[in-house]
Design a protein around this ligand. Structure first.
Ligand SMILES: Nc1ncnc2c1ncn2[C@@H]1O[C@H](COP(=O)(O)OP(=O)(O)OP(=O)(O)O)[C@@H](O)[C@H]1O
Length: 401
């Protein structure tokens, strides 16, 4: 006997009533896309479970991939047997004898197929008795067992598992709409993107760069960060905004200490154009209260005035150290800490206003006209698309097609 399936348990989506079908379909699509470099496996789904039939594939690399798919609460290696008492007993024995250092166990039967003649409670006892009779040194502990043997009796067969591996949680990407992530080359915005994706949101990114003040290397860094995020959502488009002319014009016409605020407002105005064009209903930023001058309450208030699009700020209440920890977890940290020039930092005034007011900013903006530069900027936005890279095996395979 050997493990021949991976059983996937859905996350929060099971609470979502009517939308469930849509959520399951999206999760299925995402899992399928994630596992496209394993052509021999088969994926099946029903209302409350998904099953990957391994067809002889090594399960470990598949499980490593599944760990990144949002919407999965947990998953387990499973052995599938016919739903007869004898086969179920044999399967349970197989699941129990695999790991060492297990001294106590508990059996949990879920009888989904009510036509199975023995009820769950009785089946727990039948299997438990069988395991005790056929092994040595184990005891039953229903409260704190070292191992739980989980048995799901279904119409198409019975799945037996012994170890639950925690999934990524969250909701399947693509089930809760799309957001435009303002992506800099720093530590915070990729983490903000990751957390938003975790809530089921598909991400497109927008990046403002100001060559020659910001280098090609800085842009490359942002593109690499976008590529990293594809791990959680398969595809990420990036809109690169040439920001130099607007910034130069801005710093000629706006008093230096207010430049930062006006620039942020311009970023949002441009973002709104892109969002409208791409059918995107919100923005996501890596802002966190109190970190820098642009992130005081007054600044946020003044910046936010120019848009009534919702701005998702997943980091707003997080500590920097926790953000850094997350960026290490999602593997963006090493890229983010490479030296780079951000368009915000090269033009940053020595003394930015930390408490700008809307009135003052509106008064200053009323005296200038950025229309022409804005139009030119919007016309020259470049859009790139990144997709998750799969193994070489897959690339070779696609070359043959
Ligand atoms: N060049 C840029 N292109 C796109 N978005 C940007 C750019 N610069 C800043 N942002 C957005 O504004 C947010 C705040 O930027 P700021 O530089 O004030 O803070 P930060 O904490 O250093 O953020 P990060 O670590 O993401 O750069 C960023 O998280 C990002 O969402």
């Amino acid at each position: 006997m050997q493990y021949d399936h991976i059983l996937i348990r859905y996350g929060e989506m099971s609470l979502k009533g009517k939308n469930r079908k849509h959520f399951v379909a999206k999760l299925y699509e995402n899992v399928k896309s994630k596992l496209q470099s394993f052509p021999d496996i088969k994926i099946k789904r029903n209302r409350d479970r998904m099953y990957i039939l391994l067809n002889g594939e090594d399960p470990q690399p598949i499980m490593d991939q599944i760990k990144d798919v949002f919407g999965i609460q947990s998953f387990s290696l499973a052995v599938k047997v016919n739903s007869t008492e004898e086969e179920i007993k044999a399967g349970a024995l197989f699941a129990l004898t695999k790991p060492e250092n297990v001294k106590t166990f508990k059996v949990s039967v879920r009888r989904v197929n009510k036509n199975f003649p023995i009820n769950s409670q009785d089946m727990n006892r039948v299997i438990g008795g069988h395991l005790l009779r056929n092994t040595e040194g184990y005891q039953v502990d229903v409260h704190q067992p070292d191992m739980e043997i989980m048995v799901e009796i279904r119409r198409d067969g019975t799945y037996i598992t012994s170890e639950k591996i925690k999934g990524a949680g969250g909701l399947p990407v693509g089930t809760t709409g799309k957001s435009l992530l303002l992506l800099s080359g720093g530590i915070d915005s990729p983490v903000a993107g990751y957390l938003t994706m975790k809530r089921g949101v598909e991400i497109e990114a927008i990046h403002f760069h100001s060559p020659p003040y910001t280098s090609e290397r800085s842009k490359q860094k942002v593109l690499e960060l976008a590529q990293k995020l594809t791990r959680f959502g398969n595809k990420v488009r990036v809109h690169i905004v040439p920001f130099t002319k607007l910034q130069q014009s801005l710093y000629r016409q706006i008093p230096e200490e207010y430049g930062m605020t006006v620039m942020r407002r311009l970023m949002l105005r441009i973002s709104e154009h892109v969002a409208e064009r791409e059918d995107i209903l919100s923005f996501t930023t890596g802002e966190s209260l109190g970190q820098v001058a642009s992130q005081t309450m007054e600044s946020m208030n003044a910046i936010n005035e120019v848009t009534n699009y919702p701005i998702i700020r997943p980091l707003v209440a997080m500590d920097k150290l926790d953000i850094i920890e997350l960026s290490k977890k999602i593997d963006t940290y090493e890229i983010s800490i490479r030296p780079y020039e951000d368009c915000c930092t090269v033009f940053v005034p020595s003394q930015p206003k930390t408490r700008p007011t809307r009135e003052k900013i509106n008064e200053l903006e009323a005296k200038v006209d950025f229309t022409q530069e804005l139009e030119e900027t919007l016309e020259n936005i470049e859009t790139l698309e990144f997709r998750e890279e799969h193994s070489e095996q897959e690339n070779e395979f696609s070359d043959l097609l």
